[in-house]
Structure formats: structure tokens, C-alpha cells
Design a protein around this ligand. Structure first.
Ligand SMILES: Nc1nc2c(c(=O)[nH]1)N[C@H]1C(S)=C(S)[C@@H](COP(=O)(O)O)O[C@H]1N2
Ligand SMILES: [Mo]
Length: 555
């Protein structure tokens, strides 16, 4: 390594070192591109950021089997996994761009242009996208190209024999004051494909430092700016109305989790509530800008503001368990909350929904379409347009400010979050998002039960121990839960008091475990007498089935 300030152009730099630095240049240039893009997305909106836009497009294009795998493997973190995956792909691509750029700057820049183009296309094809959404990717690609050229320059300096070698800051180690940034850029751009193999380590180090700085400041600043679009403040200022019809009072001892460790609480905290959607960045809808538009087969369709909905005199408050079709047997994609909202049947009738409509296509602000059966929306007693969850305005991740809920149906055909439109139509006329991806058009929730405690493969001392969990069959209610240990008899479990048929029920069975390994199986029966089937089915296409069975070891 040359001493500081000394001659540091090494005409015979090893090819390996130059390649390594070129790959690094690609990576740093990608960083600059993404950082600058985030900065511009800070002015336009998070969804226009190329990483987010490409991630969103990837979700739309991903085969259902992969999506299902992601949901069951990463659960709540599926979006984080996707963003990390996107970044890894970008990083590998960037390393290659750096190497290619070392041989041909034009090809290197072309590679970054392709990368920008992918971002532009992804941003523009978002359902809620506008022309401006292309800006972050475009500007990012330009910045990334400039960064790549600037970074490759110290790696491809003309050696002394080069005929057109002009003295440059990098080559001489002195920076001329008139060599301003623009001049430098022009210089770099104008230099074409150099065949030089001179290596200016100090120049590369300096340029790298600048690139890292730009990435950090622009990227960090951009992310901060993107928060301006957050509606958390407006949400917390929203005053909730009192319902005309309050939730039924809970009987004493309604929640068995108070006395059984490891049992799921009767109500799920908003922060603990499972989340499933296709949105990488959560849609941010300002209350003042919210509107719900009815279209299609209505006699007198209207458009509603949030105040119209909050101000209604027929609001109801209900306890409802929501479950996801992607839930595996024994899985956690189910939660219970106290919801407040507009009764859906009355709301549809007052707008004159026609008998000939059999499907409501619910549209969210981010372009999701959820196809719900008109019949259920009209007839299921507690179906609602929910405005609040467990005494707070809907959390932003759970659909702020308005979502639909229809008890008895999986979320993918009933629970549209961030809902801004309801089109009364028919199943013949339109395939909603999940139906287009071959999930069943109809999604009634299957009778299900789950063992919460003991945890699978758990070891514990032999003797008496509570086996406990939850069971659900929304709109029908749970009438019986039975547990079987090894090949023993089915033993009826104690159930939490019946609160409402739309709510899950907790169950507990104290059991005397002998030493050794044991299998524990649970099955539920709905109040109307349907025994949960033991026929195993995957979540795709209309919900998992089969009895939840675990193995535990008593010692
Ligand atoms: N806009 C929108 N609404 C949506 C979805 C979505 O991806 N986008 N996913 C649905 C699915 S599959 C389920 S299970 C529920 C989950 O609601 P939660 O995230 O509040 O638990 O929302 C439904 N509503
Ligand atoms: Mo779902």
C-alpha cells in the first residue's frame, strides 16, 4: 500500500484485485441508486420506491404455492422476507454489473438502466399507480449509473503509455479546484471505454466513501420523509362513536386463559392479531380523504365519507373471530376482536342492492379485489363495515379506516381492508384477486380446533397437566370439543362459556400423563352437529382440514 500522498497509481494491479473492486463498485452504485430512489420516494410516496414496487409486483406474479409457502414459513414476517430477498437479488445483480462495467462501461450502465426499467414498470403497473411513481426508479438509475462510472474510473486509469491520457485528479493525486463535480462527471462520461488497467486505490476509497455517504443520507432521509404519509396521527385523533347496539356482556369466567397457562386469550390484542395481506407498505388513507363508493347493481348507489359512516345511528359492536384460509391445521392465522361498525345488510339494502347480484367485489385503495357473496353480506347477522377494533380505530395494518367483516367466511372472501369501493355484480362477470389465482370462489370457514398447550414435542414431568386450546365454527358455534391421548377414548373437554356463535371457544382438559411419549389429538363439533373432518386438506384451494395432533414427552 502506497504511503498517503505518494504515487498511488499501480499500473500493474492484479486482475483479481481490480475485479473485486469492480464488483464492489457495482454494489456501491446499486446502493446509491436505491438511496436516491428512496429519497425521491420520500416526496412521492413509499409505494413508488423501487424495492417496494418490485416486491409488490413480485407478490402479484408469485405462484400461489410459493405464496402459501411464504405465509406458512415466515408468517407475519413474509413481507420482511420478501424485501430481504429482493435486496439479495439486487446485490447479486449489482456485483455482476460491476464486473461487466469493468470491461465495458456502456454495458454496465445499460445493466443499471435495465434495473431502473424494472423499477419503473413495477411502479407504473401498481393498481393505484400514477406517472410520478416512475420518478424514484428513473432518478435512482441515473444516479446509480453516474456512481458506477465514478467508481470504475479509479480502476481503469490509463497507464502512462495510453495515448490520450489527460492528467486527472486520480492519476496525479492532486485535485484541481476547477475540477468541480460537474466537470468530473463530464470527464468520466466522455472518457468512453478505457482500456487502462491503472488502479488508483486512494481514488477508489474516496469515491466509495462518497457513495456510502450518499446511500446512507439519501436512503435514511428518504425513509424519514416517507413517514410524512403515515396516518398514525390522524388515526389517534379520531373519536369513536358509541354503538346503538353494544356487544353482548361477557359472562363471568368467560376467558379461561386467566387460569390456564399457554392458552390463547379469548380476545387477541391488536398488536398480536395475525396479519395477512399483499401490501408491503401499509396503505395510508387520511380520514378526510376517505370515500367508499358503491357501484354496479344498486338502485340508488351512494358515496360515503368516513364521517357519514361514523355518524350513523345504527352502529353495532360485535365479538367476531376472523380466520385465514391459509391457516394450516394447528396454525395461528386466527384472532378475535371486538369490532364496531356499520351493519352491512342494512347498508346494502338502503342503497337498493339488486337480487340479481350474487357477488360483491370489494376494492381496496391498493387495488386488491375481494369477492364476497352478496347473500352472506345481506343475511349474516353481524356482517359489518368495521371502523374500530378492540376499542380503537382500526389499526393501519388491519384496514384503517374501514374494512369489511362477514362472520363465517375466510378473510380472503369477506374481510377487505382499506376498502374504498363495493361493486354489486355476479360471479360470472368477475373473478376477484384470489379466484383469479385459483383459490375457491366461495370460502366458508371449516370447523376447526387447535391445541395451544402443551406445545408440540414439549417435555414435562409426568402427572396431571392441562391440555387446552381453541376451537371455532363461526356463525354456527362450537358445541363439543373432544381430546384423545394415544389410542384412548375421546374425552370431552370443558368449554369456555358460550358468548356468541361468531366467537371461538376455549377448551381445557386436565389429563394424567404417564411417563413416556404420547400423541394428543383434538376434534370439535359445531353446535349444529357437524363433526370436524379428519380428512387432511392443504389450505389451497379452500382451507385446511384434519385433526390437530401433537406428540409430547412426559418423564
Ligand atoms: N386490501 C386487502 N384486504 C385483505 C387482504 C389483502 O391482501 N388486501 N387479505 C385478506 C385476507 S386473506 C385475510 S385472512 C384478512 C386478514 O385480515 P387481518 O390482516 O386484519 O388479520 O384480510 C383480508 N383482506
Ligand atoms: Mo386469508
Amino acid at each position: 500500500m502506497a504511503p498517503a500522498g505518494g504515487q498511488h497509481t499501480a499500473p500493474t494491479a492484479g486482475r483479481g484485485v481490480r475485479r473485486l473492486l469492480a464488483a464492489l463498485a457495482g454494489l456501491l452504485a446499486a446502493g446509491v441508486a436505491l438511496g436516491i430512489a428512496e429519497l425521491f420516494a420520500g416526496f412521492i410516496g413509499a409505494a413508488s420506491s423501487p424495492v417496494i414496487a418490485v416486491g409488490n409486483a413480485a407478490i402479484t406474479l408469485t405462484p400461489e404455492s410459493v405464496k402459501q409457502f411464504a405465509i406458512s414459513t415466515f408468517g407475519e414476517d413474509d413481507k420482511i422476507a420478501l424485501v430481504v430477498g429482493t435486496l439479495v437479488v439486487i446485490a447479486v445483480y449489482a456485483l455482476v454489473i460491476g464486473l461487466v462495467g469493468l470491461r465495458s462501461r456502456r454495458l454496465g450502465v445499460a445493466g443499471i438502466a435495465v434495473f431502473g426499467l424494472v423499477g419503473v414498470v413495477a411502479a407504473l403497473t401498481r393498481p393505484a399507480g400514477g406517472l410520478f411513481d416512475a420518478v424514484p426508479s428513473l432518478v435512482g438509475a441515473v444516479a446509480g449509473s453516474l456512481a458506477l462510472l465514478a467508481l470504475l474510473r479509479p480502476l481503469t486509469l490509463p497507464t502512462s503509455s495510453a495515448p490520450h491520457a489527460e492528467p486527472t485528479a486520480g492519476a496525479t493525486g492532486t485535485v484541481q479546484p476547477q475540477d468541480g463535480l460537474l466537470g468530473r462527471v463530464r470527464d468520466v462520461l466522455g472518457s468512453g471505454d478505457r482500456k487502462g488497467t491503472g488502479l488508483d486505490r486512494r481514488g477508489f476509497l474516496l469515491t466509495s466513501g462518497v457513495a456510502v455517504g450518499v446511500t446512507a443520507v439519501a436512503g435514511g432521509g428518504g425513509r424519514l420523509l416517507q413517514r410524512r404519509f403515515d396516518v398514525a396521527g390522524a388515526r389517534s385523533e379520531l373519536a369513536l362513536p358509541t354503538p346503538a347496539s353494544a356487544a353482548p356482556a361477557l359472562p363471568a369466567g368467560a376467558d379461561l386463559s386467566a387460569s390456564v397457562e399457554g392458552l390463547t386469550p379469548l380476545f387477541t390484542d391488536n398488536r398480536e392479531f395475525y396479519r395477512v395481506d399483499t401490501a408491503i407498505t401499509v396503505p395510508q388513507i387520511r380520514p378526510a380523504e376517505y370515500s367508499l363508493e358503491l357501484t354496479g347493481m344498486f338502485d340508488t348507489p351512494r358515496t360515503y365519507s368516513l364521517d357519514d359512516l361514523l355518524g350513523r345511528s345504527d352502529l353495532i359492536e360485535r365479538d367476531i373471530t376472523l380466520t385465514c384460509v391459509s391457516n394450516e391445521v394447528g396454525g395461528g392465522l386466527a384472532g378475535t376482536a371486538r369490532w364496531l361498525g356499520v351493519p352491512l345488510g342494512a347498508f346494502l339494502r338502503e342503497n337498493g342492492v339488486r337480487d340479481t347480484s350474487d357477488q360483491l367485489v370489494c376494492r381496496s385503495v391498493d387495488g386488491m379485489t375481494i369477492g364476497a357473496p352478496t347473500r352472506s353480506a345481506l343475511d349474516v347477522p353481524d356482517a359489518m363495515l368495521a371502523l374500530a377494533m378492540n376499542g380503537e380505530p382500526l389499526p393501519v395494518e388491519h384496514g384503517f379506516p374501514v374494512r369489511m367483516l362477514i362472520p363465517g367466511l375466510y378473510g380472503y372472501v369477506s374481510a377487505c381492508k382499506w376498502i374504498t369501493g363495493i361493486e354489486a355484480t355476479t360471479y360470472d362477470a368477475f373473478d376477484a384477486y384470489w379466484t383469479e389465482r385459483d383459490w375457491a370462489a366461495q370460502g366458508p370457514i371449516k370447523v376447526a380446533s387447535r391445541i395451544d398447550t402443551p406445545a408440540p414435542l414439549r417435555r414435562f414431568p409426568a402427572g396431571r397437566r392441562a391440555i387446552a386450546g381453541v376451537a371455532w365454527a363461526q356463525t354456527r358455534g362450537i358445541g363439543l370439543v373432544e381430546v384423545k391421548v394415544d389410542d384412548g377414548d375421546w374425552l370431552p373437554a370443558e368449554l369456555s362459556p358460550e358468548v356468541d356463535a361468531d366467537l371461538w371457544r376455549q377448551w381445557v382438559l386436565p389429563f394424567d400423563f404417564t411417563p413416556g411419549s404420547h400423541s394428543v389429538t383434538v376434534r370439535a363439533t359445531s353446535e349444529d352437529g357437524e363433526l370436524q373432518t379428519d380428512a387432511r386438506a392443504t389450505p389451497f384451494p379452500n382451507g385446511s382440514s384434519g385433526w390437530h395432533q401433537i406428540v409430547v414427552v412426559a418423564s
